[in-house]
Structures are given as C-alpha cells and as structure tokens.
Design a protein around this ligand. Structure first.
Ligand code: ATP
Length: 666
C-alpha cells in the first residue's frame, strides 16, 4: 500500500477549520464555501427531510389534486394499462409486461427503470388498495416490464394503473449515515474524514507510482491519472471531461489495485453506471461481485450478481437440501396425531431452520470475502450484507452526479478514496427548491475541487467522441482549452459512416437552425413545462433528412432541456415510422450517453428573452458534448443570444458551421 511520505501542506491547517479556497460555481449554483464536518451534519439533517417531503408531496400532489392525465405527466402515475404477459425469470422473480390499453405507445410519463411502483386497478384512486408492488425493470415506448416477488393473485385481467413510491429506504440510509458521521468515525475511514473536511492535508507518496497498464491503449493523461490515484494516501480526484475515457481510467485503476492485493469497493450513484463498470471489468477475469436487486441490473451482468453467485455456492445448495427436508417434515407434521411425535418434528424443524439460515448467510459472506472487487450503488453500500466488510479503497465513478451524503455511505467503509467525475456536467437532480438552495445537491467532487483543486486532481485531456469542432466550444468555455480530440475522431463526419450519402444535411459538423421570425413561439403545458411545436417539427424534419441520406435512425438523438418538449417530439415521432428508432430525451436524461448525430431543441422563444434553466452552463455542456459527428442546434437566436454564454455557443456554430433559417424546413 502507498505510504504517506509527502503532504500537501497548504490546506486546512488548524483542526476542523477548512481553508477558504472556494471558486465561483457554475451559473445558477451557489458559490462553494468550505464546510467542517459539524457544519455538514447540521446542514444536511433538515435537507434530507425537506427532499423526502418534496418527493412524497410530488406524488401526493399529482395523485390527489391534478387531473390524472396531468398527474401522469408530472411523473408519479401511469394510467390505463393492460397486463399482456407474465413470465418467470430473473433469478426467480416474476416479470409482468404492461402495455397501454388505448393507443400504441405509453403516454408521456417519468417512470424510469428501477423505480418502485404499486399496482392498482385503474378505476381506483390514491386511497384504493394495492394489488402488489414491483420494480420497473424495462421501459420501451409501447411497454413496461415490472419485476415482482409475488404476482398479484387477481386483478391482472382488468385495466391497471401504476403509482410510483417515494424511496423511503434511501432516505433512511442517508440519515443513518449522518448519524454515523456525527458519532465520530472510528472505523477504516477515521483518518480520511478530516482530510475530506479540510482538517488534515491530503498526502501522496513522494515518487510517482509506475505500473504496467492492462489496457495498452491508455493515453498519457489516463496513465498520469492512474499513477496519481495509486500514489494517493487518502483522496484523489480523477476529472474526466466528456468522452475522455474516465471509466476506462477507473477500470485500469481498479485492476492495478487488485494486482497489488487491495480490496476494492467500486460504486456509482446509478445502477447503470455500476453495471457499466461490471461489464468493462468482466473481460479481465477478476473476482468481483455485483450487489443489488436483480431487477435493477442489466441482464448481461446478472451472472456477476450476488444472488447468482450465492445460488451457485456449495453452502447454498446445502441450504436447498435442508429446505427440501423441512418441506417433508412439514407434511409429516400436518398428518401426525401423536403429541410427542409432533413435538419431536417441531424441534427438528427449528434446528433445520437455523441451519438453513446459517448456510445461506455463510454463502453470502463467502462470495463477498472471495471477491477482490465489490460493486454497488452508493446507497446499496449500506446493505446488511456488507456490514462487517471494510475496504482498502473506495472508488466512486460518476461522482459529480452523486449527492455528497450518498458518497459518505460508501466512504465510511474504506481507508482511501478516488472520486471520478466531471463537476462541469450536471449534478444530481434535487426536487425540493429549498433543499437545492441550501446546498443539498452540492457534490463532494465539487467541494473537494474548491478545497484542494489541482493538488489532488488529475484531468484527462484526450477525448474519443467528438469531431474537434464540436469539442472546441466546450473545451474553451469550460476546460481552459485543455482538451484535444484524438486523431481517430478529430475529423470524422456522418458521411464516413457506411451507407451515408454526402448531402447538405449530412456534410456539416455544426448546424444552427434559427427560428427567429418564423412564428415559432414557446408555450407552457398544463404542468408548466415549456414546449415549442415549431421547433419540434424542425428537429424531426432534420432527423428525416439525415435518415433519407442513409444515417441509421438509432444513431440519431433529439434532446431538449424541457420534458414537455420531449412529450411533443415523441408524439411527432409517431407520425413517421422512419423516426421510430430515433431516441428522444431530456438533456439531463441523456448525460453519459452519445449519438453520431445530436439535434438540440432549445425551446425558449419569447419577447422577454427569458432563457430559464438553459443558462446553466453545465446543461448546455452536456447537450452539445453528446454528439460524435454532427451537432445541430434549433433555437431562436434572438431569444437565447441575449444570454452571454449561449451567445458564444451560437456564435461558435455560426462561425464554424452551417447557418439555416427554420423556414428551410417548412
Ligand atoms: N486510450 C484510449 N484509446 C482509445 N479509445 C479510448 C481510450 N480511452 C477511452 N477510449 C474510448 O472512448 C470512449 C469513452 O470512454 P469511457 O466510456 O471510458 O469514457 P467516459 O469519460 O467514462 O465517458 P462519459 O463522457 O460518457 O462519462 C469509449 O468508446 C472508449 O473505448
């Protein structure tokens, strides 16, 4: 293990007093002030409650006060469904497929995979009894699959509704973690906590750590980041701007830590990010286990799940034998008349029950003990199954999208930590405006960047996604011009793709479609979200032109900041079969993803030049950097150009790309 032989002495001298190194936050975000552990605990306590109340209120609000159709758009409800299939699968769970009763596609909604929902009869209301509870497993435009432990005994042949449940367990785990922190940390993280609150300086080994990479393609910035992480004695930040191979570097770091005998807890806020790590590690044949409910895991990682590995374990099959024996005894008990015999059977059943539980627990403990890497979501790290396991290092991917308090669930289990992320992309969504204002959504990654900056950070500087024209604006505005495009992508265009013709639609890398003067004003929907029908039609028309030129619909994404616009675009997609596979999403929902061609509908178009939350630099950064070979922005330049940051964006597109009036798509 790395020995702390040098320290970065500039920070946080004086116990419990964090040095003020705060920098200006992104637009719309409060400037970061350093906090002590005590301040953090007292700030967070009420905010967790505020956020929980906001989540519950959102569902109660939508369920009781709004028309069901509006409630549906707000997110917590999906109405009038029919059950079209019931199957067993997924390590013994039952999978229910639900489709809309009317129409071909599900109405606009905000349910996402992994949400916990209750199933009710459609004609019921918020007080009517539940038929059962399930976890959303898969969502397509026309169907949704739920994983349930016990399928409802009746009611499945009637019209159904789904109601999203507030996630009580998560909030309880966040509170429990705060209590742990307030008690004074004595476990493995005892020396880490003061460093993360500025009370003790971070330290690194003096000599850079050299290593032989498992991945021979690592670039020099990735190697430098892995080396810095390996040399850190407590905390290191791996800053990965869009497309720079942050997860590639994290995978290399994990493999190097395994090689030097470390036990690793690898986490992320979302299940999908954890699964991504599992998939990328799987080919290296390392011993790992993915914790978590099977319905929340991608099918391709199920084999690595704790449930699957426990099922294969010797102790587990012995437990099964015991269970069979218990079944036979239970049958005997039903038939036995003699009191003495009944007493004997009961005694034997009790002892077998104990043995079965012990063998199951032993099987779980063995799998965890034998795994060099344990992978889980942050909140999943508080599971009972990991209670007695400690780790040499906790690695958190997508850390800039995780609530700080959620990070602490995992951090308390390890001696060192590496956080990988990009605080210049979107931070986690917070429902309560008050909690947001008071810093609930502030991430540990942001806070440590402000506290220690470059001293503990290594930034990746080669990106493998975007044409350099797409990258340049983002690199200049947010990353001090430090990002370079790798030669394999710097000049790639849609026309290089198989079967794509060179046309006026496919040739440009940047396209700016201006709706000014084209009567394309924004509107509000019933749920107060903005939309713009004219823009939606232009975006769909551009997608059609790309498809006509041979671009595969699956390579095209239309993204927009507003959920009402997503609904509108999805309705338009129904009008043309060719558009079926074009992906449509909010910008926030598309973070971490990419497409060959991205069309951005900015929506805002008004005389007051109001741009709403378009002016959060990070949202536009995410939007533009999803595109690999072409980025097309549809907007009203007159409206959005009044914001300085957005003006520089449209200026970049105008100067380096194709400028068109929306009239051309009429
Ligand atoms: N050194 C490298 N050489 C070649 N390709 C690379 C290298 N590093 C990463 N890539 C490629 O770049 C792409 C992005 O990598 P990765 O998923 O690790 O990035 P990320 O930074 O985690 O992504 P995101 O921007 O979505 O957070 C992948 O296709 C990956 O194979």
């Amino acid at each position: 293990m790395a020995q702390p032989v040098s320290t970065l002495g500039q920070h946080g001298k004086g116990k419990g007093k964090a040095k003020a190194v705060s920098k200006g936050g992104s637009k719309g975000k409060p400037v970061l002030e350093p906090v002590t552990l005590e301040q953090f605990i007292s700030q967070m306590q009420p905010l967790i409650d505020l956020e929980k109340e906001a989540e519950i209120a959102a569902s109660l609000d939508t369920l009781s006060t709004l028309k069901p159709e509006v409630a549906q758009k707000r997110g917590s409800l999906l109405l009038n469904l029919k059950c079209t299939d019931v199957q067993t699968g997924l390590l013994g769970k039952t999978l229910l497929e639900l489709q809309p009763n009317r129409g071909d596609i599900l109405p606009p909604h905000r349910l996402t995979p992994h949400d916990v929902v209750i199933i009710k009869l459609n004609k019921g209301d918020s007080n009517s009894p539940s038929l059962g509870q399930g976890t959303v497993y898969r969502i397509k435009d026309n169907s949704l699959v739920l994983a349930v432990d016990d399928p409802p005994e009746d009611g499945l042949d009637s019209p159904l509704r789904l109601e999203k449940l507030a996630n009580e367990v998560t909030y309880r785990r966040l509170k429990d973690t705060l209590i742990e922190l307030s008690k004074g940390v004595k476990g493995p993280a005892a020396d880490l906590v003061p460093v993360l609150f500025g009370g003790k300086p971070p330290s690194f080994v003096k000599k850079p750590v050299t290593f032989t990479p498992f991945n021979k393609d690592l670039d020099s910035s990735q190697k430098a980041a892995v080396s810095k992480a390996l040399g850190s004695s407590n905390v290191m930040l791996l800053h990965g701007p869009p497309g720079t191979g942050k997860t590639t570097a994290v995978v290399e770091l994990i493999l190097q830590e395994v090689k030097r005998g470390a036990k690793i807890l690898a986490c992320a806020a979302s299940n999908i990010a954890v699964d991504n790590l599992v998939e990328r590690l799987a080919c290296y044949k390392v011993k790992l286990v993915r914790m978590g409910h099977p319905a929340r895991l991608l099918p391709q990682v199920l084999d690595s799940s704790l449930d699957a590995q426990v099922m294969r374990a010797d102790n587990s099959s012995l437990a099964n034998d015991v269970r069979k024996e218990m079944k036979v005894l239970n049958n005997k008990l039903l038939k036995a008349k003699d009191r003495r015999i009944r007493g004997d059977i009961r005694r034997e059943l009790r002892s077998l029950g104990k043995e079965e539980r012990q063998r199951q627990q032993q099987a779980v403990a063995d799998v965890i003990k034998d795994s060099a890497i344990v992978l889980t979501t942050l909140t999943g790290a508080l599971t009972r199954q990991l209670r007695d396991t400690t780790f040499d290092i906790v690695i958190i991917d997508e850390a800039a999208q995780a609530l700080e308090i959620a990070c602490w669930i995992a951090l308390l289990k390890g001696r060192r930590c590496v956080l990988a992320g990009d605080h210049l992309q979107l931070s986690p969504t917070v429902l309560s405006p008050e909690a947001e204002k008071k810093g609930y959504g502030r991430t540990l990654f942001e806070r440590l960047t402000a506290l220690y900056g470059d001293d503990i950070t290594s930034m990746l500087t080669v990106q493998y996604r975007m044409h350099e024209l797409i990258m340049q604006w983002s690199s200049h505005e947010l990353y001090n011009d430090k990002i370079q495009a790798h030669s394999s992508v710097a000049g790639h265009s849609l026309c290089d793709l198989d079967g794509v013709k060179q046309t006026s639609a496919t040739e440009p890398t940047l396209i700016l479609v201006d709706t000014d003067g084209c009567d394309m004003e924004e509107k509000k929907d019933e749920a107060d979200s903005s939309m713009n029908e004219g823009e939606a039609r232009v975006a769909a028309a551009h997608a059609k032109r790309l498809i006509e030129a041979g671009v595969s619909p699956g390579d095209i994404g239309i993204i927009t900041p507003y959920s009402a616009q997503v609904g509108l675009l999805r309705e338009l997609r129904l009008e043309d079969k060719n558009l079926t596979d074009v992906e449509i999403s909010t910008v926030d929902g598309f973070q971490g993803r990419e497409k060959e061609a991205i069309i951005i509908s900015m929506v805002r178009s008004n005389d007051k030049h109001e741009v709403g939350f378009l002016n959060d630099n990070r949202r536009m950064n995410v939007a533009v950097t999803r595109a690999r070979r072409q980025c097309c922005i549809v907007c009203n330049i007159e409206t959005v150009g009044k914001d300085e940051f957005l003006k520089r964006l449209v200026d970049h597109f105008e100067a380096n790309g194709e400028y068109l009036s929306a009239m051309e798509y009429a």
